[in-house]
Design a binder for this molecule. Structure first.
Ligand code: PLP
Length: 460
């Protein structure tokens, strides 16, 4: 459809003149111009110059079934013809929302049997803030309203979700966090573990939750929220000791546990949900992204029997979005879940492609620039370092080396993102072993070129 588009330079000029991008330095955009993506298939995206780029990030961690699945296009078109929109407010419902809620209840672990639909991951987490506060209020414990989350976590961009997140740069720009949200440290052993073993460090970081609860008083704490694997924070895979201890503490002090599965849901960690990979059963799960493989926006809060009984059993929960349970999004989600299941996509990740990728990814640790190489399922990170033994950081400002590496990847037609001086991947779940070989070869070439730049510019 866009084959006869304007020349790239003209598109870039129009883009810089009129399009305000999320998380983008506008000045840099005006000087360099955006890379404009025109089409995609499988794990490959094509830019306006015709370059074929391996998308190691599945868009923004979301295109789980890969690009170009006609089944999803058909599902959307069918639903648009049948019923393009109806709301789910005021005791109305429709078939796609009913079917999707039932399917999610089947897939979700434990007694997570109830679904509140939202438009995105951010507004799902806003729903969660309101829901857990409403839960304790309905139980006549309105003072139990503080939510504990983690520094360097990411839960979205709305005022509520960005408050839950622990991105200090985001807090600084908007008078955040909102009252009643406090943070503890993240379980990043490579950067912050010091002399502790990863196992001991995982326990120590989980016990910060207990310390914080005791400091605030359990009678004042509503919930803890965390991503099973911190994604935007740099794919921080926690030590195995971490999550079971978090769950133990939440249960001991009667604190609701919210797992933000916006990235880790729908096969990303090798199971349907990250909480299954890490052996926990939350009270609420946030999902979005892979729910529709990004083909259309949708998010949801999947809620336990215990929480739903209180929310449904009290006065009306005064919350919701026009697009809660949007029928077209729900139809796409249902078809996407069918593909993930019946096409064996999730099963293949666990049995075949994730083990293959893990072996190759961990092999990157042999590169002189790479310290820790961590991966779980189809999300991985490498920490770039001038000294593997001491786990040192570069003397240059954090992110300088990561940015160079990301640019080298881009030049080599591989999308890898950088978070500070960590490089991260999260490819479509349909990536094949042959495509994994290409990803690794391009990553290695980019690392070599980064090393040359570091040495030339004396950046270590
Ligand atoms: N939660 C997590 C863990 C995320 O990674 C993201 C987005 O990256 C969000 C929430 C926010 O989702 P959205 O961008 O759909 O609002």
């Amino acid at each position: 459809m866009f084959e006869n588009h304007l020349p790239t330079a003209e598109l870039q000029a129009l883009d810089a003149a009129h399009h305000m991008h999320p998380f983008t330095d506008g000045d840099g955009l005006a000087k360099k111009g955006a890379r404009i993506i025109t089409k995609a298939k499988g794990v490959w995206v094509t830019d306006s110059e015709g370059a074929e780029i391996l998308d190691g990030m599945a868009g923004l961690w979301c295109v789980n079934v890969g690009y170009g699945r006609e089944e999803l296009v058909e599902a959307a078109a069918r639903q648009m013809r049948q019923l393009p929109f109806y709301n789910t407010f005021f005791q109305t419902s429709h078939i796609p929302a009913i079917q999707l809620a039932k399917r999610l209840a089947e897939l979700a672990p434990g007694d997570l049997n109830h679904v509140f639909f939202n438009g995105s991951g951010s507004d799902s987490n806003d729903t969660n803030i309101r829901m857990v506060r409403r839960y304790w209020q309905a139980l006549e414990k309105p003072e139990k309203n503080v939510i504990i989350s983690r520094w360097n976590g990411y839960h979205g961009s709305t005022m509520g979700a960005a408050s839950l997140g622990g991105m200090k740069g985001m807090h600084a720009q908007g008078g955040l966090p909102i009252p009643g949200v406090v943070h503890i440290d993240q379980p990043d052993w490579w950067s912050e573990g010091g002399d502790l073993t990863p196992e001991a460090f995982g326990l120590a970081r989980a016990r910060q939750l207990e310390e914080k609860i005791l400091e605030i008083g359990a009678e004042n704490v509503a919930a803890f929220i965390g991503e099973p694997v911190q994604g935007a924070g740099g794919v921080i895979v926690p030590p195995a000791t971490y999550w079971p201890e978090i769950q133990r503490i939440c249960r001991q002090y009667d604190i609701l546990l919210i797992a933000d599965e916006v990235i880790t849901g729908f096969g990303r960690t090798g199971n349907w949900f990250g909480c299954q990979t890490f052996g926990i059963t939350p009270d609420i799960m946030t999902v979005a992204k892979g729910l529709t493989s990004g083909y259309i926006p949708m998010g949801a809060s999947i809620v336990s029997d215990r929480v739903a009984a209180v929310i449904n059993g009290s006065d009306e929960f005064a919350h919701g979005y026009t697009y809660s349970g949007h029928p077209v999004a729900a139809a796409v989600a249902l078809e996407n879940l069918r593909l993930l299941d019946e096409d064996g996509i999730v099963a293949r990740v666990a049995a075949e492609t994730a083990p293959y990728l893990k072996a190759k990814w961990e092999g990157l640790a042999a590169h002189p620039l790479v310290g820790e190489a961590k991966i779980v399922g189809m999300m991985g990170s490498i920490a770039l370092t001038p000294n593997k033994e001491t786990r040192a950081k570069f003397a240059s400002k954090s992110g300088t080396v990561g940015y160079i590496c990301r640019e080298r990847c881009f030049a080599n037609n591989l999308v890898m993102r950088h978070v500070g001086d960590r490089m991260i991947i999260s490819p479509p779940l349909v990536i094949t072993p042959a495509e994994i070989d290409i990803l690794i070869a391009r990553a290695l070439k980019s690392l070599d070129e980064t090393l040359v730049r570091i040495n030339a510019e004396g950046l270590n």
